[in-house]
Ligand binder design. Sequence first.
Ligand code: RTP
Ligand code: MG
Length: 154
Amino acid sequence: QICDATERERTLAMIKPDGLLGNYTDKIKTIILESGFGIIKERMVQLDDEKAALFYAEHSGKSFFQSLVKYMTSGPVYVMVLEKPDAVSRWRALIGPTDARKAKVSHPSSIRAMCGSDLERNCVHGSDSPQSAAREISFFFGDISPAVTKHDEL
Ligand code: RTP
Ligand code: MG
């Protein structure tokens, strides 16, 4: 049992404003649960410019940054902490490529193919590494209990 528990990994999943507006939340959560992820935490958040810019700080120098911040603040987002073995890469595989327009051709059963529109409006986010996942999970949820719980000593 301890062996299984230590193989667990967590990632941050987000339904972006276009996903919420298009009423894809229940559909996406069903896919998540049917794919064997546990949903450890979840909440709806309205990002402001400062928070959106901080979340995507790695892209701050890029041409699409201002547009990205505008998109990410255009309505609420729904953030979830997902857990299962290889959660980071498994969730990235489920959502598909960044450009939803291309996803509809190359990965038609992906989540971005289902609810995204183009390179920017791609309806979902996934952490790109375990390090990013740790940063993004604490960004939205602060310090939460770790995946492996130590048994209490009596
Ligand atoms: P995400 O971080 O949201 O999961 O997306 P990703 O890893 O697949 O792509 P990333 O390169 O991290 O880009 C972050 C988000 O910025 C928007 N974007 N716009 N117009 C453009 O050239 C462009 N490129 C990226 C997308 O919303 C992308 O998800
Ligand atoms: Mg990214």
